[in-house]
Write a protein that binds this ligand. Structure first.
Ligand code: 5GP
Ligand code: ZN
Length: 113
């Protein structure tokens, strides 16, 4: 059971729709509802970890898995020229959804810093 107030847990449980592009036993990836670039995916662990602040040593296999998946997801989206990965942590870091997620952006309309 996920966190009942968490929108990403609801997506994981199929209670609200999302455009899935990848899933396995540990993670899902889906299209961001307000894309900030031509390709904008969110890679999300199935387990409800609020942010990097709550990541523990026991999650090292999971976070490694997520990082190693990124180039595969990017290539499958046609991002041969490269991609950008963003992790926002806490309100001061711009985090709006309190379920750990990696943004994967690429293609046209890439935001600058
Ligand atoms: P954050 O600011 O927390 O790093 O990013 C949250 C992201 O989740 C935002 O880019 C926002 O557009 C996306 N998002 C928020 N709610 C939903 C939703 O219900 N479905 C999808 N697909 N994306 C969402
Ligand atoms: Zn959650």
């Amino acid at each position: 059971m996920g966190n009942t107030d968490c929108i990403f847990c609801k997506i994981i449980e199929g209670k609200i729709p999302a455009t899935l592009v990848y899933e396995d036993d540990q993670v899902i990836a889906f299209k961001d509802i307000h894309p900030k670039a031509e390709v904008h995916l969110l890679l999300v662990p199935r387990t409800h970890i609020p942010s990097l602040n709550e990541l523990e040593i026991k999650h090292e296999g999971l976070i490694s898995h997520m990082l190693l998946l990124l180039p595969h997801l990017a290539h499958r989206q046609g991002l041969q020229a490269g991609f950008r990965t963003i992790i926002n942590t806490g309100r001061g870091g711009g985090q709006e959804v309190d379920h750990l997620h990696l943004h994967l952006l690429g293609g046209n309309r890439m935001p600058g810093f």
